[in-house]
Design a protein around this ligand. Structure first.
Ligand SMILES: C[S@@+](CC[C@H](N)C(=O)[O-])C[C@H]1O[C@@H](n2cnc3c(N)ncnc32)[C@H](O)[C@@H]1O
Length: 487
């Protein structure tokens, strides 16, 4: 739940404009307009919505604050204390990593249970709605947790100061750098080399699909409760919003996650290291690659600091392969296709990747093995064991190396072009955003390319050793044959 809560928090950080008519809407934005107290009128634009049409009707409600706003954070902290948050050994401060964060104000031991957010301060699918009618309708239709909570938050935000969550809502950072908030043009332009672009498009489509489904099934049937468009952010699994806990920033060095304490029904976490007063306290947002952190949270950790970092390497069957159809059939049976991505880490690659490479380079004479190879290439097969075809190994490694090198050249092309990339800006605000996005893309591409370089190095060395070994064996055979011949 806690893991999901963080995703949700950042996925649900829309920019709500007070004066959208003045600005070209180039990313995902949510505007909320209050009509009557019981009605939430929401419109959320998408990356494809780049029109600068001035919306008519009531002014949208202000939402969130700049990520470095300590005033809103201080108001949040005061409200939380007044609302029953027990005394904590941390306080919200401006920090070096993540703008605002929780900083120790006491000595904290390793293994200490540090945080306790009582259930009354957690926003979950069971939270009480100020206007319960809309909530009742969503529950009747069994709407999953994340769109339900997103609609809840939008509904509460529309009440402004009269919502009990108003201090929380106005302290949410307006920080649209998660890939969900990049326009399609920005994704295409800055992340052309990275497979994370595909993941972002998939997630945006998932969000849009969920929204369209809700609109068709529910919102359109209850126009009095949901009079306009509501677009909701994407999220998997059980979700909740945890004010206070979601002030904690991520560090790749810690292994401690927020946890749900069944007995107290509160949110807690246990430290995995001590902290001195004045030190920022971190949690882990999950064992994620830099691309996944950018996708969900809008930041890229410093190069080389994320031991979980990985890059998706695309492998493809050759259309000219005589057994193309047969191989595709075998892959399909195991949920795979003619083009498939596999994660590479600095420390290596999964067995599935090599199994796929074996299949890709197999000659027609090995058609009896296609099925076994396709099965081993699928991670859906829990009993996966390493398969070995020594006669194909060199070709398979060369195939992976070729794919690595083709990816590396895409990154090189982008990184070289990024230096002189025209930022075609029309306002300082736009410049900030573009410079920032470009920097995020450059950081991501550098970290992904670094993993590819490492894989390239290992593959080249393996192939060299293999070929030297073969050469040696040939020489030995040659010498033996020579001896024979000489006898
Ligand atoms: C759950 S909030 C944490 C509180 C946030 N710093 C704030 O001021 O409201 C998650 C956001 O914090 C920032 N963040 C968290 N960990 C970070 C890190 N290691 N480096 C940079 N930004 C980080 C990102 O903007 C992320 O979307």
């Amino acid at each position: 739940m806690a893991e999901a809560s963080r995703i949700f928090h950042t996925a649900l950080l829309p920019t709500l404009h007070q004066t959208p008519s003045l600005r070209k809407r180039s990313s995902h934005t949510i505007s909320i307009q209050r009509t009557s107290p019981a009605i939430v009128r929401c419109t959320i634009s998408t990356s494809s919505d780049t029109s600068s049409k001035a919306p008519t009707g009531p002014q949208p409600i202000p939402w969130g604050c700049e990520i470095d706003s300590v005033e809103n954070a201080a108001a949040l902290q005061k409200w939380l204390t007044d609302s029953g948050l027990p005394a904590q050994k941390m306080e919200i401060k401006k920090v070096d990593v993540g703008e605002r964060g929780l900083v120790a104000n006491n000595n904290i031991r390793k293994g200490e249970k540090l945080l306790f957010v009582p259930p009354s301060l957690v926003i979950s699918a069971d939270s009480e709605w100020t206007f319960p009618e809309a909530g009742d309708v969503l529950k009747r239709y069994n709407v999953p947790d994340w769109p339900l909570i997103a609609t809840y938050l939008i509904s509460e935000a529309s009440l402004m100061k009269s919502s009990r969550w108003s201090n929380y809502i106005s302290a949410l950072p307006r920080q649209p750098y998660s890939l969900l908030y990049w326009t399609r043009a920005e994704l295409d332009r800055y992340l052309e080399a990275s497979q994370i672009r595909e993941r972002a498009i998939e997630r945006i489509n998932n969000v849009t699909g969920t929204y369209n489904d809700l609109r068709a099934r529910i919102f359109s049937k209850h126009p009095n409760l949901f009079p306009e468009e509501v677009r909701l952010p994407s999220l998997d699994g059980r979700v909740a919003l945890v004010p206070w806990a979601d002030m904690l920033n991520h560090s790749c060095d810690v292994e401690t996650f927020l946890d749900y304490d069944k007995s107290t029904k509160g949110v807690v976490f246990t430290t995995d290291r001590p902290y001195q007063p004045g030190e920022q306290v971190f949690i882990s947002y999950g064992r994620k690659s830099n691309g996944e952190l950018l996708l969900s949270y809008g930041f890229v950790p410093r190069q080389g600091t994320n031991p979980r970092d990985s890059v998706e390497l695309p492998l493809m069957l050759k259309k000219s392969d005589k057994c193309y159809e047969q191989k595709v059939e075998a892959l399909k049976k195991h949920g795979l296709s003619a083009s498939q991505c596999f994660p590479l880490q600095v420390t290596g690659w999964p067995l599935e990747l090599i199994a796929y490479a074996y299949l890709a380079v197999s000659p027609p004479s090995m058609s009896g093995k296609f099925e076994e190879m396709a099965s081993a290439a699928s991670n859906k097969n829990s009993s996966n064991k390493e398969i070995k075809y020594p006669e194909l190994e060199e070709q398979a490694l060369q195939f992976v190396l070729d794919s690595c090198e083709s990816s590396i050249s895409k990154y090189t092309k982008f990184l070289q072009a990024s230096g002189s990339m025209d930022l075609d800006i029309t306002s300082p605000k736009q410049l900030n955003r573009k410079v920032f996005l470009k920097q995020l893309a450059v950081d991501l591409c550098n970290s992904e390319q670094r993993i590819l370089f490492r894989a390239q190095y290992i593959l080249r060395r393996k192939l060299r050793d293999m070929r030297r070994g073969e050469l040696k064996a040939l020489r030995v055979q040659g010498v033996k044959a020579g001896c024979h011949g000489g006898e």
